[in-house]
Design a binder for this molecule. Structure first.
Ligand code: NDP
Ligand code: GDR
Length: 374
């Protein structure tokens, strides 16, 4: 019998899942992840830690599965008998949840229930600890600034409402059956592995492509939205820390600082050597190149309009401001974020500039690869 701790991660192919898998492997865990069947490979974020299934005693194993499929989850849970389950799998895009509310509820709310029921059904209540990926979106229409563990919830999207069910069912299974279940109420966290349609990555990728001449304009929705942005690497460390306590508790994970979408655009552009001046209001607001510094932006000229507002990215109900108070995490767990939003932005822009330069090089040599767009 191996003495290694065993972790099961749903959503292992996502941003957080990939960083968490790396983190747990470094800690000596045997890591199992659930991946969805797709018509093309969807494991890019974990390919670098993939271990050949033919190698004996591999520490990283992937299982086909889906949070909408109870029998599949029970089977995986029975096979793996994990010490720790990290439920990161979700339809995680707030805007998409307005388009697909029923599916979002099935995956994000019912999926959580299915996993907790699998633990109960297999009699793993005393063995298996459960981490639930809760979210600052629960606060929605904020009732208090900054938001902490005791701030009342007011969700503003089908995503947030589904996550509210997941939050409370985790609390309920802790209270009813003694399962070690915790909610990490995580504020926005980003990285070069962030999905391309979330706003920070859309911005760093868009700016990089514009700088390199592969695109001409970045279209955004609400640029006044304020978010408390941290780095995913800092946040997955905290997910693990939460499961190493004596008693299960819920924690807010945030940086305690917020900036607007517009400020994130300016910061990203500066990293690419472009200064942007914003003018106009509402749907008429535009961002114009006012200065070029450095050599990373051969694709733009002073006076170019490179940012515009497109109302299609407005949401039926918006969350205007989120700012977290991570005091409890600091005092009880000694957790503090190590990467600032400026450092994170610089890392994301550099990553996306490298990709844009590769694309430009391919194009120069006659290989024109299409860029995926939202
Ligand atoms: P991503 O969108 O990057 O990853 C989501 C993961 O869930 C992917 O692996 C995806 O698979 C998987 N998934 C989607 N639908 C299903 C399904 N039906 N069954 C099984 N797996 C599924 O999200 P993040 O990594 O950014 O976030 C991780 C979790 O944390 C999510 O639950 C999110 O809601 C929550 N969260 C995220 C925050 C953030 O700022 N990043 C903040 C607060 C909470 P595939 O790769 O095939 O699409
Ligand atoms: P969010 O992240 O909804 O906070 O959910 P997102 O990056 O999608 O939006 C942040 C803010 O930016 C505004 N915005 C735009 N957003 C997108 N995606 N595209 C745009 O063009 C655009 N223009 C402006 C949005 O309106 C919003 O106010 C993320 C997800 O990771 C959730 O899973 C997680 O729970 C929360 O963070 C915390």
């Amino acid at each position: 019998m191996s003495s290694k701790k065993i972790a099961l991660i749903t959503g292992v192919t996502g941003q957080d899942g990939s960083y968490l898998a790396e983190f747990l492997l470094e800690k000596g865990y045997e890591v199992h992840g659930i991946k969805r069947r797709a018509s093309s490979f969807n494991t890019q974020r974990v390919d670098h830690i993939y271990e050949d299934v033919h190698v004996e005693n591999a520490n990283f194993k992937l299982h086909y599965g889906d949070l909408t499929d109870s029998s599949n989850l029970i089977r995986i849970m029975r096979e793996v008998e994990p010490d720790e389950v990290y439920n990161l799998g979700a339809q995680s895009h707030v805007a998409v949840s307005f388009e697909a509310p029923e599916y979002t509820a099935d995956v994000d709310a019912m999926g959580t229930l299915r996993l907790l029921e699998a633990i109960r059904f297999l009699g793993l209540e005393k063995k298996t600890k459960f981490y639930q990926a809760s979210t600052s979106e629960l606060y929605g229409e904020v009732q208090e600034i900054p938001q902490k563990e005791t701030t009342p919830f007011h969700p503003r999207s089908p995503y947030a409402v589904a996550k509210m069910y997941a939050y409370w069912i985790a609390v309920n299974y802790r209270e009813s059956y003694g399962i070690y279940a915790c909610n990490g109420i995580l504020f926005n966290h980003e990285s070069p592995r962030r999905g391309e349609t979330f706003v920070t990555r859309k911005i760093t990728r868009g700016i990089a492509n514009i700088a390199q001449g592969a695109e001409s304009c970045l279209y955004l929705g609400n640029m006044d939205a304020l978010r408390d942005w941290g780095h995913a690497k800092d946040y997955v460390r905290m997910q693990w820390m939460m499961l190493q306590q004596e008693k299960p508790e819920d924690f807010v994970i945030a940086t305690g600082k917020q900036i607007s979408v517009r400020e994130f655009v300016k910061m990203s552009a500066q990293e690419a050597g472009i200064e942007i001046t914003f003018s106009g209001e509402g749907v008429d607001e535009i961002g114009t190149v006012s200065k070029i510094t450095g050599d990373d932006a051969p694709g733009v000229t002073v006076g170019d309009v490179i940012v515009k507002v497109d109302p299609r990215y407005f949401r039926p109900a918006e969350v205007e401001t989120l700012l977290g108070d991570p005091t409890k995490a600091k005092e009880k767990l000694g957790w503090v974020p190590e990467i600032t939003v400026e450092e994170m932005c610089a890392e994301m822009v550099k990553h996306d500039l490298d990709k844009a330069k590769q694309h430009a090089l391919l194009k120069k040599h006659g290989f024109d690869v299409a860029l995926a767009k939202e």
